[in-house]
Each structure stands twice: as C-alpha cells, then as structure tokens.
Design a protein around this ligand. Structure first.
Ligand code: NDP
Length: 291
C-alpha cells in the first residue's frame, strides 16, 4: 500500500456516500437538503471557496443557496438574514464564510446560527457536544483528518497523538476527536518547549500551524502517520507553490503514512461540509440515515 493518503480519492468516496444519502432522503422522506452559504465582501479566496462549495453541493443533489452581501453590510443586517435562514424549512445547513469584515463580530454571528443548522461545527453548542461526547456536528477539516486516519489505521485507541496548533477551527477540535478515539493526546503550540522531542513521540502527528514546511523528517517517529493540514503559498524557483506545514520529502521518507499538500486534507474539507449538511437535514427531520 502506498504511504500517501490520497485525500482527493477519499473525498470522492465521501461525496459518493453523501449523494446516496441525499437520494435516500428524497425518495423516502421527500427532503432535499439545502445549504445556504453567506459571503460578505469580495475576498478572492473566499469567492473561490464559496463557488466550489456551491458547485459540489449541487453535484451531490442538494440545493445550494448563495447570499452575497456587500462589505458595508451591518452586523444587524447579517443577523437578520441568519434569522430568516434559521426559520426557512428549505435550508438545513447555514455556513457563513469567514473571515468577516472587522466591524462584524464573528462570535455573535456564529452563535446566531441555529446549532441544528450549523454545518461548520463552530457554534458553542456543537463545540460543547464534541467535548462532552454528544451527537453534534464536527468541524469539517478535523473531521476529514479523523476519517482518513481511521480508514488507514483502523482503531486509533492507545496511540500517542500530537496536534501542533491550538486554533478553535482545527487544533482543538482535532485533539477532541483524537481523544474520543482513545488516543493519548498532546496539543503543542508556539510556547511548547522542545517541540521536536514532543513530535518525535507521536504515532499520529497532525500539523496545523500555518508555517511552510516547518516540521522536518527528523521530528517524525519512524512509521508514524503524518496529517498535514497546512496550506501555505510560497514562491520557489520563481513559481508560486502550495506547501504544507511539514517538509514533505524528508517526512515522507520516515512516515508510515502521510497526506500530501495539495491533495490531502484540503479536498476532504468540502466533502465533510456536504456530509455535515446531509447529517443535519436528517437530524432536523428525526430520521436516521442508512450507513
Ligand atoms: P491559526 O493561525 O489559527 O493557528 C495556528 C496555530 O499554530 C496556533 O495555535 C499557534 O500557536 C501555532 N503555532 C504558530 N507558530 C508555531 C510554532 N513556531 N511552533 C508551534 N506552534 C506554532 O491557524 P489555523 O488553525 O486556522 O490553520 C492552520 C493551518 O491550516 C494554516 O496553514 C491554514 O491555512 C490551514 N487550514 C487548512 C484547511 C484545509 O481545509 N486544509 C482548513 C483550515 C486551515 P499559538 O496558539 O501559541 O499562537
């Protein structure tokens, strides 16, 4: 088996499963899941993400609703739109593309989304459910990582897992998911002492830092599974290049399994968004999806 975990192929498999679940909801319960994506402003990267999300939502048979608002929109106007979407029965998932302009408080907006329609897993109720073992929605990027790890390694129970990065959207939920799988979890961050030594203990090493190629192969335990969440644009040999947070060549030589950048964690994020949307649609209607 190749060491490389092919996120593109895995994402295609997840989308195939979602598509079947959507068909099942349509045929058996007359529900067509709908995902509303709200974009504020003209940020080019966000526009690309939103376009891709909309395209893939439609491809799996769901309805996609895009709401594009001007950068000058007030927080009150945005909250009014969220209230409308919360009360719209054709909308089962609501995603507000981050970052938002400075005059709008992200926390207030995320918290205004009905947690049953939250598909990012950022609402405090879903954060609480994840950390107390409840049935909530899990942030898309860490969900994609845990799916790939379980697929490759089977049971994760008892493994030493190190997550480098403690953000609310990646590092912390990743650590919570690994703990749920009965790993022994260490969260490292910018103040961690002897980061190399900490990483070297990991059977599972997740890098979510945002620093190009920061982790070299000699920080990796031989045979470890390395999940590289980082997406960094760099210039090399006069060309723009996308690299992760691990130095791929030296880590790949030591690791037992590794996700590449691009083509690893990235493609799984939107697939997991679609997964979350169909799950939320089923939960809202009180029906259990077929496995
Ligand atoms: P944040 O900037 O929010 O968090 C980065 C974390 O890395 C912080 O906890 C920070 O520590 C830690 N850190 C920074 N420098 C060091 C260092 N020298 N040593 C150890 N830890 C350090 O980033 P995100 O979590 O949002 O994203 C991380 C990466 O993942 C980025 O490259 C981002 O682009 C990518 N990403 C990819 C996604 C995908 O779909 N594949 C989705 C989301 C993010 P401290 O808290 O102490 O400051």
């Amino acid at each position: 088996m190749s060491k490389v975990i092919d996120g593109k192929a895995f994402a295609e498999k997840v989308r195939g499963e979602v598509s079947k679940q959507v068909d099942w909801l349509k045929s058996n319960h007359s529900i067509t899941p709908g995902l509303a994506v709200v974009l504020v402003g003209e940020d080019p990267a966000s526009q690309v993400y939103v376009r891709n999300k909309g395209k893939q939502t439609v491809e799996v048979g769901m309805n996609s609703y895009e709401h594009k608002l001007d950068t000058s929109v007030s927080e009150a106007e945005l909250l009014a739109l969220i209230d409308k979407l919360n009360n719209d029965d054709s909308v089962h998932g609501i995603l507000v593309q981050l970052p938002l302009p400075d005059h709008i408080q992200e926390a207030a907006v995320i918290d205004a989304i009905d947690y049953r329609k939250d598909v990012d897993g950022f609402h405090l109720t879903n954060v609480g459910l994840l950390n107390t073992g409840g049935e909530g929605v899990v942030p898309c990027t860490p969900l994609g990582c845990i799916m790939m790890l379980k697929d490759r390694l089977g049971s994760l129970s008892g493994k030493n897992a190190v997550v480098v990065g403690r953000s609310n959207i990646v590092g912390k939920p990743m650590a919570a998911l690994l703990l749920k799988e009965s790993c022994t979890v260490t969260i490292a961050h910018s103040r961690t002492q002897d980061l190399a030594g900490v990483c070297k203990e990991a059977d599972i090493l997740v890098a979510a830092v945002g620093r190009p190629e920061m982790i070299p192969g000699d920080w990796v335990k031989p045979g470890a599974a390395v999940i590289d969440v980082g997406i960094n644009r760099i210039e090399r040999d006069g060309k723009n290049k996308l690299v992760g947070d691990v130095d791929y060549a030296s880590c790949e030589a030591v690791a037992g399994a590794i996700t590449p950048v691009p083509g690893g964690v990235g493609p799984m994020t939107i697939a997991c968004l679609l997964h979350n949307t169909v799950q939320q649609a089923a939960r809202q209607k009180g029906v259990e999806l077929p496995a």
